[in-house]
Design a protein around this ligand. Structure first.
Ligand code: B12
Ligand code: SF4
Length: 479
């Protein structure tokens, strides 16, 4: 008998309630949709259904609800997504409950954390039958077929799933989430993030994408547009985000995609993230006809840190390409973000000054559509930095948190407990925030009205108290 498979997003524990909830976990929905072509599949999300417990008592309550849910569910295979390390505790908790409720069920886990640290899931009581590394599509089909043939591993098995071929990237099976969305979000999704490609040719030090296959595999432009159209028709979201690790690597693909997107003329916002060298003036002119927001992982404006990050071999060229692109976007009225990661291991007072001086020069030029978004470095397993911690400790005097994902603390706080260098210790680890606060008014004043409004809504919630925001809140922007 072919097995019934329940795909589960387990939630995350001890996170601040202020963190937004992603309505649809599209990596898992995509995987479940793929498997649903062959097997009877259900999809559920315990974060949406039972919340994100942030105390031991709430965790027990959460586990009781999960136990009740699983005892009423009909499945032979439970496929849990430990997508990021932030979900590690929740994953272990759901697997533990499932083993008690349905000891005979096959339990599979996959996602970024199992890809980076598979042995984190090998436990004495064998909570997991399979620990899947990489993209899960072919692996899940194989595991289900083996189960149907009566095969199951005696010990927890680490399974390397091969990368998905581009002709196998399929559209979402909306029927898997309709109920969840109708019941919990009145049938309307805020932002739906979808993926049009797989793989990234770069190897940035802080990112764990390089652990996955680097070959860039993409949907044909007409199929990519079809996915966007279907998402809009299905849930009329306020925005569709293209979550690709690296959007638009091949210029031929990108140009055709953009022309077709302009033809589609979606009524909602379209969001994507790319590199400054992956978009040109012609693309920008075309995109200016739409409601569009583009993010750039600038990461730092210090050439030395950019090189350390492995972001580029030619940091000066990279930064001037960003300025050129940003200028063209502002001239065409397109809101865009420059994301900065402060406190990357190796950061010093001098490199902080370099980044802020660069930003200051831009802010002094008057209003633009460029929103600078600033974050502290988060230390995630799987990244090159994680693998080469010793080098950063020796060379720069950096210090790293231990295995924070085991701890019952807010992962967004504990993963940031990093000393970037012997120059930025103690209170000085917060220097970048202090420098940010000193120029916060300049950051606000540097934005056009629409960019200011978007910044307040999406990136700086504190700005919504600003009088300017109150005045703008009823103003509906036109592309
Ligand atoms: C898009 C994206 C997002 C979107 C997600 C949109 C959505 N609808 O879910 C947003 C912006 C919301 C987001 C948020 C966060 N993200 Co993010 N994100 C990405 C990004 C850019 C692309 C991921 C991608 O390519 N997916 C494509 C899909 C098809 O592939 P996939 O996600 O790998 O899924 C496959 C496998 O993981 C596997 N799989 C997944 N689940 C399961 C389950 C089973 C049973 C099996 C068998 C397989 C399996 O199969 C899937 C299909 O092939 C990556 C990489 C990067 N460059 O930054 C980071 C990345 C995944 N994010 C990361 C992090 C840390 C976060 C945040 C914690 C915040 C932050 N600082 O970025 C939050 C956490 C959100 C959460 N709920 O936990 C890290 C994870 C590192 C780690 N060790 O955990 C990454 C790798 C970036 C990095 N720093 O290295 N993110
Ligand atoms: S940060 Fe972006 S460009 Fe760099 S390796 Fe990760 S996905 Fe690729």
């Amino acid at each position: 008998m072919p097995p019934k498979i329940l795909f589960v997003y387990p939630s995350s524990f001890f996170i601040s309630p202020l963190m937004p909830v992603e309505e649809i976990k599209s990596p898992l929905l995509g995987l479940a949709s793929f498997v649903s072509r062959r097997y009877d599949v259900e999809y559920t999300d315990f974060e949406i259904l039972y919340g994100r417990p942030d105390s031991a008592i709430k965790v027990r309550r959460f586990e009781r609800k999960v136990a009740e849910h699983l005892s009423n569910a009909d499945f032979e295979i439970l496929a849990i997504s430990c997508w990021t390390s932030v979900s590690y505790l929740a994953t272990m908790s759901v697997a533990k409950v499932a083993r008690q409720i349905k000891p005979e069920a096959l339990i599979v886990v996959g996602g970024y954390h199992p890809t980076a640290l598979p042995f984190d899931f090998v436990t004495e009581e064998k909570l997991f039958d399979y620990i899947v590394q990489g993209e899960g599509e072919y692996g899940m089909l194989d595991i289900a077929a083996k189960y149907a043939d009566g095969l199951r591993p005696e010990k927890s098995k680490i399974y390397k799933s091969p990368p998905l071929r581009s002709d196998d990237i399929i559209d979402y099976d909306w029927s898997l989430v309709d109920n969840l969305i109708n019941t919990n979000f009145s049938g309307r999704v805020g932002t739906f993030n979808l993926f049009l490609s797989r793989g990234c040719p770069f190897r940035c030090s802080f990112c764990m994408e390089p652990l996955k296959p680097s070959a860039w595999r993409v949907l044909a432009p007409e199929l990519a547009i079809e996915q966007i159209r279907n998402a809009i028709e299905h849930y009329s979201p306020a925005a569709v985000g293209v979550g690709d690790a690296c959007f638009g690597v091949q210029s031929g693909w990108r140009k055709e995609f953009i022309s077709r997107l302009v033809e589609l003329n979606p009524s909602c916002w379209i969001l994507f993230e790319t590199r400054p060298d992956y978009i040109d003036e012609d693309d920008i002119r075309k995109l200016s006809r739409l409601k569009i927001e583009i993010q750039f992982g600038v990461e730092s404006c210090s050439p030395q840190i950019l090189q350390l990050m492995n972001k580029t071999k030619h940091p000066e060229k990279f930064l001037s390409a960003f300025l050129e692109t940003s200028r063209a976007l502002s001239e065409n009225g397109i809101v865009h973000g420059g994301n900065i990661i402060f406190n990357h291991p190796g950061e010093t007072k001098a490199t902080l000054n370099e980044t802020y001086s660069f930003i200051d020069t831009q802010l002094d030029r008057g209003q633009s559509y460029l929103i600078w978004t600033c974050h502290g470095y988060m230390h995630f397993p799987g990244s090159e930095i994680y693998q080469k911690q010793r080098r950063y400790e020796k060379e720069f005097g950096a210090k790293f948190p231990g295995k924070w994902w085991y701890e019952e603390t807010d992962p967004f706080v504990s993963s940031r407990q990093v000393v970037p260098s012997s120059e930025l210790v103690g209170d000085e680890t917060e220097l970048w925030r202090k420098m940010y606060r000193e120029r916060e008014q300049k950051f606000k004043d540097g934005l056009t009205d629409i960019a200011f409004r978007i910044a307040a809504q999406s990136y700086y919630p504190g700005w919504s108290k600003d009088r300017r925001y109150q005045e703008l809140v009823n103003f509906e922007p036109e592309p």
